[in-house]
Design a protein around this ligand. Structure first.
Ligand code: ATP
Ligand code: MG
Length: 469
């Protein structure tokens, strides 16, 4: 990896970056001898890192490593490379974590549509099981949001990112304390965090769980912030929301659960124990639990609104397939990741990609990236995005890609060449490209909305390849 050197973490080598942003980078890590894959979250240390920041990272490691539950991302190991070793390795805290092979849950949800009630119920039950356990260990998460809910290769929900967590109850004495720090992201944060007063820990996560349940069913967060600055929140508090979309689309049972969890007064808010007892949670799941069925159910709204046809059109076989890559990606296949089509066709075979924000186009990379750039700067794009002019860049295996950094949304648009032959096209070679969007930070749902806006823009749309009906 061009110049920078990462240490091996208990036999695992850092391979390629799969996420991260401001403070951290997340890599896929491979232990070749043991044939195992994991993820490695690296929080860099620099001359500017303060003692207080170090303490916060050490707390994340201490808290996360003590948690073990099927719905909590497993913490495997940690290594610190101190600044004095910077000549040898990149200094930082390296956390080896279970690989969430299914990517983010909310990357697979159609924006403004959401998932079916049975899929929402399944993931909600997994979320509250994990959260119930975390609270029973005296820990409060405080940063529940879509980007921190990951899926493993079998499609099981994994709660991750304990960077803002806090211990509110001592296990030995059972002594409980109130918390004071103001933290979390505005759309998911509980309203009592707007005041200066200390707050109880558990109701903060109960509120977060309520916002997540709404977001699963509606495909968007209920408000930008739980204050009177938000018209949506004002209408929620006054009760006017009832007859409005998307609230009026949510069935009565989950709606009563959401209202219980999103009770403004933390003392009367529904607890996670009460949520477990709610009629919607007690009723037996309609899903058999088979990974393939789950993937199909999860993807249904993406199929219905055409998102999957964009991410995976039938382009026939790519020309010049490299058998090595095919074998390599086959090793990571599971029924869930396969059925969700987390593998994209590239020039060298099929490549694993945890995100569905991708599309193919019938133009060469340098032409397409300029159209995307032009669209982002134009008045047609409502997101007011600052993009840096696209640059060519050479990736591993000498594949040249065109890439562009985009602000606000914090991520990259990457475009690589893709030569294909359409089924029934007499084997004729067609020159095209594969565009993948790589999100570093932020909400996966807004990222999907941006991806859709690019695919549907008047500049790009005529060149987009879709599955033939
Ligand atoms: P933020 O503060 O923005 O939430 P962070 O720097 O604390 O981010 P994480 O949330 O832990 O970092 O990870 C960032 C992103 O990396 C996640 O949203 C996810 O897409 C990816 N990621 C993290 N851990 C894993 C993992 N174990 N397996 C796969 N992907 C992961
Ligand atoms: Mg995070």
């Amino acid at each position: 990896m061009g110049g920078v050197r990462y240490p091996k973490i208990v036999g695992y080598e850092l391979v390629d970056q799969i996420g991260g942003g401001g403070f951290s980078s997340v890599f896929r890590a491979v232990n070749i001898e043991e044939h195992r894959v994991a993820a490695c979250k690296l929080i860099r240390l620099t001359e500017e890192t303060t003692e207080k920041e170090r303490k916060i990272i050490e707390k994340e490691i201490r808290v996360h490593s003590a948690l073990k539950h099927p719905n909590v991302l497993e913490f495997l190991n940690a290594v610190v490379v101190d600044l004095k070793h910077k000549e040898t390795y990149v200094p930082g805290f390296y956390m080896l974590l279970e690989l969430a092979g299914g990517g983010d849950l909310f990357d697979k949800i159609a924006a403004d549509v959401g998932v079916s009630e049975d899929v929402a119920q399944l993931y909600f039950m997994q979320l509250i099981s994990g959260m119930h356990y975390i609270h029973s260990e005296g820990v409060c998460h405080r940063d529940l949001k879509p980007e921190n809910l990951l899926l493993d290769a079998a499609g099981t929900l994994k709660i991750s990112d304990f960077g803002l967590s806090s211990v509110f109850r001592l296990k030995d004495s059972g002594k409980t304390r109130m918390l004071t720090e103001r933290c979390g992201s505005l759309p998911y944060v509980a309203p009592e965090l707007n005041s200066e007063k200390p707050y109880h820990a558990e109701p903060i996560d109960a509120w977060g769980v309520g916002v997540i349940l709404f977001t699963l069913l509606a495909g968007n967060t209920p408000w930008d912030e739980p204050t009177k600055n938000s018209p949506e929140f004002r209408r929620y508090v006054s009760g006017e929301f009832f007859c409005e979309d998307p609230w009026n689309r949510i069935p009565a049972e989950p709606l009563s659960l959401i209202r219980g969890l999103l009770t403004v007064d933390p003392d009367s808010r529904m607890t996670l124990d009460e949520a477990f007892q709610h009629p919607w949670c007690i009723r037996p799941s309609q899903l058999t639990g088979r990974p393939m069925e789950l993937a199909q159910k999860l993807a249904q709204s993406l199929i219905d609104n055409g998102d999957l046809d964009l991410a995976n059109p039938d382009l026939g076989a790519p020309m010049d397939v490299d058998e090595d890559t095919v074998m390599l990606s086959a090793a990571h296949q599971s029924q869930f990741t396969q059925s969700l089509m987390l593998f994209s066709q590239t020039q060298s075979g099929s490549r694993y990609n945890p995100h569905l924000t991708r599309f193919y186009a019938s133009l060469g990379p340098s032409l397409l990236i300029n159209l995307v750039y032009e669209f982002l700067q134009s008045s047609e794009c409502e997101y007011k995005i600052k993009a840096k002019p696209p640059q060519p860049f050479t990736k591993e295996r000498n594949v040249e890609i065109w890439r562009m950094r985009i602000g606000v949304f914090k991520g990259w648009v990457n475009i690589e060449r893709y030569v294909y032959s359409l089924p029934g096209g007499d084997g004729k070679e067609m020159e095209g490209c594969l565009c993948t969007m790589q999100r570093d930070e932020g909400n996966p749902l807004s990222w999907r909305q941006l991806w859709r806006a690019i695919c549907q823009s008047s500049l790009v749309e005529p060149h987009v390849l879709r599955k033939k009906a």
